[in-house]
Structure formats: C-alpha cells, structure tokens
Design a protein around this ligand. Structure first.
Ligand code: NAP
Length: 339
C-alpha cells in the first residue's frame, strides 16, 4: 500500500505577512512512480528566506503554484525507486517541498556523501543557500582580504552567521555583525567569534558603526537592505565592496521596494555595489564545497541549528524565519515526532 503524503499547499497568495488562510493542509496517497522517478521520505527541510518570495505572483525564484506544495530544499531517504542512478537507501538533497513524501525525477536530486558531512550539514554549513551563498558572497563578490573591516547584516541567521566566519577565515581584521536582540549579539561574539555586534532593534546603527569602525568599512555583506544599507553606505571607504546577498526587510512588500538613499557614496568613494545569486557561481560549486567541508571538519565554522517539528507547521516556521525567532540555520523536521 502506498504511504500517505502529508503536505501544505498554497491556497491564496499573501499580501504582507502570510497567515493560515493562505495555506491548506492535506493528506493523500502517494502516486505510483514512473520510469526515472524516485520516492523520497522527506526528513529535514531548510527554511530559507527565498521561500517567502516564491509566494508572490511572478517571483524571481520559480514561484509556488496555487494548490501546489511550497518550494523548499530538503534532505531525505529514498524509499522506492524506478531510477538507475538513485536507489532505495540513498540519502538525497533536492527541492523536496513542504511535504512528507516527494515523488521526484532522479535527475532533480543529488545523492549525498554522508562520509563528508551528515545530511543536515548539506542544508547548513555546506548548503547551497547557506554555506555556498556565504562563501561566494565573501570570497568572490566581496573579495575580502587581510586587514579588511567587514560588516554583515542579518548576521545571526543562516547565511549571515557563516559569512562572518568566512570573512574572518579570509583574513579580515575586524568582523562586525548586525542582528536583532542582545541574545543574538551575544551569540555572534561569544559563540561565533565576531569582534563586535550591533543590536539594530535597540541601538543606533550609525552611531555604533562610528564607534566600532572609526576608519570606515571595507566590505559590507548585506542580507537586509533598507535603513541598515543606508547607514553602512555613509561609512564606506575608498574602494569598498558592497555585496547585495539579499534584502529581507523588503520581502513582504516587494511592490514598494525603493533603492538606497545614500548610493552616491559609491561615486564619492569609487566603491562598488554588486548583487549575486548563488546559482551564478554554479561552475564553482566544487571549489566552495571542498573548502567549506575542510573548514566544517576542522571546526573552523560553527553552524547553530534551530529545529522545529511537523510539516503542518511549515507556514508558522516560515514566519518564524521572517521575524528572526531562530539562531543560525532554521530547519523543519517534517515528522511531528519530537523524539
Ligand atoms: N543571493 C543568494 O543567492 C541568496 C541565497 C540564500 C539566501 N540569500 C539571502 O540571505 C539572507 C538571509 O537568508 P537566510 O535564509 O539565511 O535567513 P536567516 O538569516 O536565517 O533569517 C532571516 C533573518 O533576517 C532578519 N530580519 C528579518 N527582517 C528583518 C528586518 N526588517 N531588518 C533586519 N533584519 C531582519 C531576522 O533576524 P533578526 O532577528 O536579526 O532581525 C532573521 O533571522 C536573505 O536576504 C536571503 O534572501 C541570498
């Protein structure tokens, strides 16, 4: 008998913050496999910022279909297969979506080598949308070098927490994180080795940057956009690199996004502002993975995980990401069992 797939599907497109009316929770038998397909028992889903943007009509990332599962990357175990390349028992990574059982073409999946790192690490420290994104943003786009003063926004989240650590490993002299709340600034300094951190919810970001980086900022790895980007632009030095990784402060109002007010500082300081998406570096994934795996094995990168449970909680956990209720990588174990 085929297993039951429990899943969350999109019922309507949200305006602003999504709520329960935007989603439906369903259970249905898994469809029989066709040639080339496999059935994956989903274990963990990475809850990523891009997921919110897929709920909008015409989003940059391939959008969620009405009535379809919500796009999410995950890891799981192959429990049935009509593929010659991926077999029962393999652990795989791929776009598994907000469900407990995914029928997928084998070509859309990657077989994981758990001798290199456990399956969860392929969503976090070695993950496409976490470790690899942080790596390319700091190394290839930001070109962080010895002696640099580097500022990271969204620093206590998944991408930001790794980006700050890679900046240090790349020779930065000073790494400053910006995050919301004193528990997050303590996490950055005490657990991750950032030199200093600013609590943007309770401190004046510009004044604190003046204290912490009196000689200015060489590289800014921006996950947030909005006011924080403007505060940093006022303090860049000659030749600064501003890395636009994301702009989470804008994702719930994409129709009203406005560019930075202080962009003329780029001209004054002969600085660059460069955006990127991780898949622009597809030809270089192996380089990044090899380096990240070495750092991960040596304990040079700390990846805190926050794990929630139950596929039915997918919408609430997605909102938790947007409101910063986690440290490090936010994961959802799709089974409701907590032990
Ligand atoms: N370029 C790429 O290819 C790529 C790939 C993956 C991710 N990204 C980007 O990387 C960024 C981080 O994504 P993630 O998945 O790792 O999520 P995350 O950082 O783990 O979680 C998002 C964090 O954003 C912060 N935040 C939310 N609203 C904010 C606001 N208005 N002002 C300041 N901070 C706010 C929250 O932390 P606080 O508690 O500190 O507010 C929250 O923890 C996102 O912008 C995402 O789009 C880009």
């Amino acid at each position: 008998m085929s297993p039951l797939n429990r899943k969350v599907v999109l019922a309507s497109r949200p305006t602003g913050r999504p709520d329960d009316s935007n989603f439906t929770y369903l259970q249905e038998p898994v469809a029989p496999l066709e040639d080339g397909q496999v059935l994956v028992a989903v274990d963990l889903l990475g809850i990523d910022a891009f997921i919110r943007t897929t709920l909008d009509e015409g989003s940059f990332h391939r959008g969620a279909r009405m009535g379809g599962v919500i796009p999410a990357l995950g890891v799981g175990d192959v429990i049935d297969s009509r593929s010659t390349t991926i077999r029962v028992g393999d652990k795989v990574f791929g776009p598994l979506g907000s469900q407990t059982h995914a029928v997928m073409p084998a070509v859309a999946l990657r077989k994981l080598d758990t001798d290199i790192a456990p399956a969860n690490a392929w969503l976090g420290a070695l993950g496409l949308t976490t470790g690899l994104t942080a790596y390319f943003g700091i190394v290839d786009v930001g070109r962080v070098k010895k002696g640099d003063t580097v500022v990271v926004s969204g620093a206590a989240g998944a991408v930001g927490s790794v980006a700050g650590q890679i900046a240090r490993l790349s020779g930065a002299d000073k790494v400053i994180g910006i995050a919301g709340g004193s528990h997050k600034t303590a996490f950055l300094v005490e657990e991750l080795g950032f030199d200093a951190a600013i609590d943007y919810r309770h401190e004046n970001v510009g004044a604190r940057l003046d204290e912490l980086a009196p000689n200015g900022i060489d590289v800014f790895f921006d996950n947030v956009g909005g006011e924080i980007l403007d505060d940093v632009l006022m303090r860049i030095v000659e030749g600064s690199r501003i890395v636009i990784c994301g702009a989470i402060s804008q994702y719930e109002k994409m129709d009203e996004v406005r560019g930075p007010r202080n962009y003329l500082k780029l001209a004054e300081r002969h600085a660059t502002m460069e955006g990127f998406a991780v898949f622009h570096f597809a030809a270089h994934y192996a380089r990044a993975e090899n380096q990240l795996a070495e750092w991960y094995r040596n304990g040079d990168i700390v990846m805190r995980e926050h794990i929630e449970h139950g596929v039915e909680n997918f919408p609430a956990v997605m909102n938790m990401l947007m409101t910063g209720g986690h440290h490090g990588k936010l994961l959802l174990k799709v089974s409701s069992e907590t032990v």
